[in-house]
Design a binder for this molecule. Structure first.
Ligand code: ATP
Ligand code: MG
Length: 164
């Protein structure tokens, strides 16, 4: 049985420059990573951020998978690669669930839109869905916490987005 989702040797590298300089920096970074250099060193010296490096992972239909890692280690970026929100620099993201296998990393826009509509979904880490409704307009904003433990009448600090 094919996987519901499979990441194959996925790299996501964000350049800190634009245009030609950016693609040159990304290529140079890939070459150095392939040579075994540390991501942090490559990131610092090539004006890029190596967000995901050579990630390979296969998730079966119905499997619950938990990704754990330090803040900034690339968890959200890898998840965003599953629906094309993060552009994959190199590697494949094979979506098997809900239809024929689709490489999200290099499919056309119409296929990606259809996949997002019918086959893959995501709950965002920071973005509140309707922020103007989740933070009621009250005089004393300290009275409202919007971190999932919403309590009225507490004297909590100003609302913060959920962490983690
Ligand atoms: N759009 C972007 N442009 C540039 N750099 C980015 C972008 N998104 C993420 N990064 C960088 O990529 C790295 C990985 O970030 P990511 O958000 O994937 O980490 P994370 O493991 O989800 O962290 P956390 O546990 O804090 O949520 C970080 O250095 C981050 O600053
Ligand atoms: Mg994250």
């Amino acid at each position: 049985m094919s996987a519901a989702l499979e990441f194959r040797d996925v790299h996501v590298i964000y350049p800190r420059s634009s245009g030609r300089a950016a693609s040159a920096a990304v290529q140079k970074a890939l070459t150095r990573l392939d040579a075994g250099e540390e991501s942090a060193v490559v990131s610092a010296e090539e004006a890029v951020t190596v967000a995901v490096r050579a990630a390979s992972l296969s998730i079966a239909e119905g499997e619950i998978c938990v990704m754990m890692g330090l803040s900034g280690s690339g968890k959200s970026t890898l998840l965003r690669a599953a629906n094309g929100l993060a552009q994959v620099t190199r590697g494949s993201v094979l979506l098997g669930a809900g239809g024929p296998s689709l490489d999200v990393a290099r499919c056309d826009a119409a296929s990606l839109a259809a996949a997002r509509r019918h086959r893959v979904s995501m709950v965002f880490q920071h973005a509140a869905l309707l922020p103007w409704r989740t933070r009621p307009r009250v005089r004393d904003r300290r009275a409202v916490a919007v971190d999932g433990r919403t309590l009225f009448g507490t004297r909590s600090a100003d609302p913060q987005p959920p962490a983690g």
